[in-house]
Design a protein around this ligand. Structure first.
Ligand code: A2P
Length: 348
């Protein structure tokens, strides 16, 4: 279908962090999904100001954030890190833009909805009091999309989750460091290579530590999964406990999730329930035991589920293996789906 990017009824949009891993993915999705806009402004750090990027076949110059005027846009996507969002998202909202923020900066703010459109789109019925709609953490999004219908059908009592998170979660520099460290280790196995994004080295290694350590002994990444799941699902006492692990995968986060319900779960019904969800592929459906992997998923805009196992000695509980593209499902696609929902509801 031909795309009409310069639709006069469509929003004027800004992409802050347009040159980054999430920003570039967002540009690709805007093109793929024919997201309609009247104007598009690409914004990044002064390092990138003046660079040209192509969107929908047209060249656009990148503007520097510190001189950008958000009063000229209706919608601003922020994917430039928490520090940038903390400082600039309220400025953008104050200048009249509705912000869709990809970072951790405002997720737990009571005036900011935390949105996964497939789960709680109803939180977008009007402009948020803060002027910001927050995109959840990359590992939280696929999990809550699967937990919602399970809670509705069997009641949720707990989720115990281990994540296997890809290098691209740290942006372009994370992916580059994985390649560089791997190259260095192949030449000399005693050589750790660079350790700026990941420490110790991620080459031929796994690191059970993401983000900062909290007094509780959990990491911030682990706490995010608990707090965000509770907020999105509207279940303030839900027991979600996680171990978040960085693995030497380029892109695509995986999760092993043990989910315990209030009632006994029937495996065939569970598989059918998950397979009926929008944009979810259940690999186990026709081939019990089948599984997705970050390198083999074909539909990158789907949450992929496999290894569906109801426990024989505790049939209230089951395991899922979940794979989702963290740059898409976990960031840019969810952000764009929030924007699509805002447009559809006339909330801009
Ligand atoms: P730039 O490319 O100019 O550094 P990634 O997640 O791949 O690391 O990308 C981060 C994104 O955030 C990039 O677009 C980067 O722009 C942008 N960014 C980082 N720091 C700032 C800042 N202080 N002001 C505006 N944009 C920033």
């Amino acid at each position: 279908m031909p795309h009409t990017p310069h639709d006069p009824t469509a929003p004027r949009i800004a992409l802050v962090g347009a040159t980054g891993a999430v920003g570039e993915t967002l540009i690709g999705l805007i093109e793929d999904r024919s997201f309609r806009y009247r104007e598009i402004h690409l914004v990044a750090s002064p390092r990138s100001a003046g660079r040209t990027l192509e969107v929908d076949g047209r060249d656009h110059r990148v503007s520097a954030l510190d001189t950008f005027d958000f009063s000229c846009v209706d919608l601003a996507f922020f994917s430039a890190g928490s520090e940038v969002s903390r400082k600039w998202a309220p400025v953008a909202a104050g200048q009249g833009a509705l912000v869709v923020d990809n970072t951790n900066a405002f997720r737990m703010d009571p005036d900011t909805p935390l949105v996964v459109p497939q789960v709680n789109a109803e939180t977008l019925t009007r402009r948020p009091a803060s002027g910001i709609a927050a995109n959840p953490n990359c590992s939280t999004i696929p999990l809550v999309r699967l937990l919602r219908p399970v809670e509705d059908r069997w009641g949720l009592s707990r989720a115990v989750v281990s994540t296997y998170q890809a290098a691209s979660g740290r942006g372009h520099s994370g992916t580059a460091e994985l390649y560089e460290a791997t190259r260095a280790a192949l030449e000399d196995p005693s050589e750790p290579g660079p350790q700026v994004e990941f420490s110790p080295t991620l080459a031929f290694n796994v690191i059970p530590f993401i983000d900062e350590l909290l007094d509780s002994g959990f990491t911030m990444e682990e706490q995010k999964m608990l707090q965000e799941s509770r907020k999105i699902l509207g279940l303030p006492h839900l027991d979600v406990t996680t171990t978040c692990v960085r693995v030497p995968v380029r892109n695509g986060h995986s999760e092993a999730a043990w989910i315990e319900c209030d009632d006994v779960v029937d495996r065939a019904e569970l598989v059918a329930l998950l397979a009926a969800l929008p944009e979810v592929t259940v690999h186990d459906r026709d081939t019990p035991g089948a599984f997705p992997t970050p390198r083999t998923i074909d539909e990158a805009n789907h949450v992929h589920v496999g290894r569906v196992r109801v426990s024989p000695h505790n049939p209230r509980g089951f395991w899922l293996w979940v794979v989702a593209d963290n740059l898409r499902i976990g960031a840019a696609l969810n952000a764009l789906q929030i924007a699509e929902e805002l447009v559809a509801r006339g909330a801009l």
